[in-house]
Ligand binder design. Structure first.
Ligand code: 3HC
Length: 299
């Protein structure tokens, strides 16, 4: 498939928060042979991002090259060399074939970013968003390349989760779609295709499921541990819904539910949950903040 010879380099633009998914994703792309420009809001955060990627790569290297420290080191160094941590968005986008946007989930800020890069990027460059819950069509609306626009949605932890959701908007051309799938497959992912619908496939099912578990906890039907144990041992899930909520981030789950509730106020699945509101208000976001439904050791 000659598409795989396509010299993709990749641009990951980031939120101020250091979120593992974005960094790990850049690492996985670089480990798959892509040249990656990792664009951050400033050079200091860009440097920190590279440290975070190194940590993720070390974990993967230890697994891939057990007992062979030289091979682990070589893998990490070769991969890191393919990543350019930068804050120069306009310059980076000029040499980029595929842009994957992973900034804060705010439509106005996404529009500002895409307006800026649409005029700076070469005509052939494909734009994609890694949004969890916002409509791709609306994100793409500010660009003049809707035929070269789609969604590429990754899952945490990116090095382990094998799925990539490829989202087509009405205007996405067949050529763009095929290139996005080829990119995902070159990263070792299994691609599924979904229309531009709220939450696509995974989050549309997972978020209401996690929300229902929190409602169950709020009603006092069962403890957090028991709900998690039930779904792990009774339904074969790798994590229970409460620990998964902490893992995904309570702020993220809260933000997705809030957005959907505003859009679909009559849907009971998306109704606000007082317990979740309270934890987010207290900045208990789960694993990343050290406490959510459970407590964690901050690294
Ligand atoms: N980077 C690299 N490797 C990692 C990793 C990471 N961040 N986290 C885990 N791993 C690897 C470990 O090295 C280990 O490999 P090994 O078995 O070969 O030694 C393997 O994954 C299993 O890890 P652990 O032994 O530490 O722990 P678990 O067996 O409990 O697995 C898990 C951890 C893979 C996270 C598993 O619990 C899981 O699959 N959980 C569900 C995750 C999930 O549902 N993700 C989707 C969230 S929704 C989302 O991301 C969408 C967004 O838009 C909100």
């Amino acid at each position: 498939m000659n598409l795989l010879l396509f010299a993709y380099s990749q641009l990951w633009t980031l939120d101020k928060k250091l979120w593992e998914k974005k960094h790990a994703g850049s690492g996985v792309a670089a480990a798959s042979g892509f040249d990656v420009a990792l664009v951050e809001v400033n050079d200091q955060i860009a440097a920190k991002s590279l440290d975070s990627i190194k940590k993720s790569l070390t974990r993967v290297a230890r697994k891939q090259f057990k007992e062979n420290e030289d091979a682990q080191q070589k893998y990490i160094e070769e991969t890191i060399q393919r990543i350019d941590g930068t804050s120069d968005l306009s310059k980076s986008v000029k040499g980029t074939d595929l842009v994957i946007e992973a900034i804060v989930e705010n439509m106005k800020i996404k529009h500002e970013l895409f307006t800026k890069i649409d005029s700076a990027a070469p005509p052939h460059t494909i734009f994609a968003s890694n949004t969890s819950s916002l409509p791709i069509t609306e994100i793409a609306s500010v660009t003049k390349r809707k035929d070269r626009f789609g969604g590429l949605h990754f899952f945490n932890p990116v090095p382990v989760m094998r799925l990539l959701e490829v989202i087509r908007i009405n205007e996405t051309s067949d050529e763009t779609y095929k290139k996005m799938v080829a990119f995902g497959e070159a990263m070792g992912k299994t691609c599924i295709t979904c229309k531009d619908t709220p939450g696509f496939v995974v989050n549309r099912l997972l978020v209401p499921y996690m929300a229902e578990a929190v409602r169950m906890l709020e009603r006092g039907d069962a403890s957090a541990r028991d709900i998690d144990t039930a779904m792990k041992l009774g339904a074969g899930y790798p994590m229970g819904p409460i620990e998964l909520s902490d893992y995904v981030g309570l702020d993220t789950t809260h933000h997705i539910l809030k957005g959907w509730n505003e859009k679909y106020p009559n849907d009971p699945l998306f109704k606000p949950i007082k317990l979740l509101d309270k934890l987010v208000e207290e900045k208990k976001f789960g694993v990343k903040s050290g406490e959510g439904f459970y407590k964690y050791n901050k690294k």
